[in-house]
Design a protein around this ligand. Structure first.
Ligand code: PGA
Length: 254
């Protein structure tokens, strides 16, 4: 494990989600104008639920913060039920006090997607760069939609989804067919973030987590790029940590 990579193993999904919500809340309290990069998928749902509850019950405000999403499918209008625009509206942006002018989701329906990717990178730079990037991880080690083989130097661009990813995500689509392409921020875009937090839950992520944390650093395992990052934490539940053998103990690296 790299010296800078911190990993915490929490007993279950709820504890992992609470720890993630705590870290986002702490960042926001320390820096109300913080710039966040945020994920979709099933893993962060518990974190978003807790952040919404803190907004409703404790008045936690997101109004000054800026948000960039990691990715979006290509070819889906922003009101498509499987789009990440809808996911974010239903699970987070539509339920807290974000400033719509400070919320950015890649436009999978843009007439000129490549130009739009360049614009997205410019917006990230104009916001001052990302303070905290929250990631999930795919079973194949992808982060965002940076699939195995993605260059560690990549920026926001149009990507082709791995067949395995399309199979995992097929259930979200009528007819069971996920889009073939997506827009994803790049590996360099992620690595440029000042702090990175990766969430993983469940035994079906154990292989990817073990490869990212304990294997070689390789573009075949996109998440392994994080081992070069100076400020990265993995929050894992027991299932996701089950491939790490004796290298981890509850709550902290051994
Ligand atoms: P999941 O997706 O949270 O739905 O497992 C994570 C990912 O593919 O990055």
């Amino acid at each position: 494990m790299s010296a800078s990579l911190r990993a915490r193993v929490l007993p279950d999904y709820g504890a992992m989600s609470a720890a993630a919500a705590d870290l986002v809340t702490a960042k926001l309290r320390e820096r109300p104008h913080a710039v966040f990069m945020v994920p979709t998928g099933t893993t962060p749902l518990g974190m978003y639920r807790r952040l919404v509850a803190r907004h409703e019950e404790d008045g936690l405000s997101f109004a000054l913060a800026t948000f960039f999403n990691l990715d979006e499918y290509m070819g889906l209008p922003p009101d498509h039920p499987a789009s990440y625009h809808v996911y974010m509206r239903e699970n987070f942006y539509g339920r807290v006090d974000v400033d719509p002018g400070k919320v950015h989701v890649p436009d999978g329906f843009a007439p000129d997607p490549e130009a739009d990717c360049g614009r997205y990178e410019k917006e990230i730079r104009a916001a001052g760069g990302v303070d905290l990037c929250v990631l999930g991880i795919g079973r194949n080690g992808h982060v965002g939609f940076n699939e195995p083989g993605a260059s560690f130097g990549s920026r926001t661009r149009v990507v082709r989804l791995a067949e395995s990813t399309r199979r995992v995500n097929a259930a979200d689509f009528e007819g069971g067919r996920a889009p073939e392409r997506a827009i994803s921020v790049g590996m360099r875009t992620i690595s440029d973030s000042r702090e990175v937090l990766l969430l993983a839950s469940g035994a079906n992520k154990a292989g990817a987590v073990a490869a990212a944390v304990g294997g070689g650093v390789s573009e075949e395992v996109p998440a392994s790029a994080l081992r070069h990052h100076p400020n990265v934490s993995f929050l894992l539940d027991r299932g996701a940590a089950s491939g790490l053998g004796g290298s981890m103990t509850e709550g902290r690296p051994a």
